[in-house]
Design a protein around this ligand. Structure first.
Ligand SMILES: C[S@@+](CC[C@H](N)C(=O)[O-])C[C@H]1O[C@@H](n2cnc3c(N)ncnc32)[C@H](O)[C@@H]1O
Length: 266
């Protein structure tokens, strides 16, 4: 799937908040090797170099578009950017054990990622940290309406599987059990953010702009015909207007996220 770093960056401040909340629970003093799995367009990975200035930081992502944007942000070449999928990535390729492995808002795109956890946890140094955050909002109106409107389109049969594919998350309890079974000391929680979008009133539908940068992308890739795409977007936008009305202070998007941090015993 092709990513659009500019569209993704529209809500960078809001998207950065859960990353900061995730990192706050990692109590690593001076990690030597830090890896960001599904690093995206760069700013958050670069913030790791500020938090741990002495660390070697590696950013992994499958998308050439995102990595190109990331390299563009990294004028000083502080991060090693590597194109790979989470599934194909061999942690041994880092050449050292990993002190902090973080994955923010990426593993929902990796079906079966629980099965990959043992490989990643094995690669951690004693005392190392593994931290993930995934959206838990697939039943929120933003996504439920996307599926409902998709089901009424002429290409409903093609849209259904691609919209289902992105739901691959576990429950907080399942992440906790998986971390504990791998010998990690688990710290798992969920948060529902109330993002106030577009307070200036510049965007026709800020929730549409938000999902255009992420969860709607697979549907838009199916809808290659301009008329079909416009019909879908028109109906979806009207449904979003009702679910997310504009208030005097902006459009409020409730967004649940799941966090799981594991500490490997020293
Ligand atoms: C929503 S963005 C999150 C980016 C960044 N971590 C952040 O928090 O802003 C999801 C990222 O996961 C990457 N991604 C999706 N599937 C992947 C996979 N199977 N392996 C590696 N990266 C993947 C995408 O290319 C994209 O950059």
């Amino acid at each position: 799937m092709a990513w659009d770093p500019q569209q993704y960056a529209l809500f960078g401040t809001h998207r950065g908040r859960p990353f900061a909340d995730l990192l706050n629970r990692i109590v690593a003093g001076r990690p030597a090797v830090v890896v960001d799995l599904g690093c995206g367009d760069g700013p958050l990975t670069l913030s790791l170099t500020e938090r741990w200035p002495d660390a070697r930081v590696v950013g992994l992502d499958q998308s050439p578009q995102m990595l190109e944007a990331a390299r563009g942000h990294d004028a000083e070449g502080r991060v090693e950017w590597v194109q790979t999928s989470a599934e194909a990535w061999d942690p041994a390729s880092v050449g050292a054990s990993i002190d902090v492995l973080v994955s923010n808002a990426a593993l929902q795109w990796v079906p079966g990622h629980l099965d990959l956890l043992p490989r990643w946890v094995d690669a951690l140094a004693p005392g190392g940290w593994f931290a993930l955050q995934v959206p838990g909002n697939f039943d929120a109106p933003s996504h439920a309406l996307m599926r409902e409107v998709a089901a009424r389109q002429p290409r409903a049969a093609e849209l259904e599987p691609v919209l289902r594919r992105v739901r691959n998350i576990a429950t907080p309890a399942e992440y906790l059990a998986a971390f504990a079974a791998l010998g990690l000391d688990p710290d798992v929680w969920e948060t529902t953010y109330q993002h106030v979008l577009d307070p200036e009133g510049r965007q026709r539908s800020p929730v549409l702009e938000w999902v255009r940068g992420t969860g709607l992308r697979p549907a838009l890739e199916v809808l290659t015909d301009d008329t079909e795409r416009a019909a879908f977007l028109d109906e979806y936008t009207r449904a979003l207007d009702e679910a997310y009305p504009r208030e005097p202070h902006g459009v409020v998007l409730g967004f649940r996220r799941i966090f799981a941090v594991g500490h490997k015993p020293a």
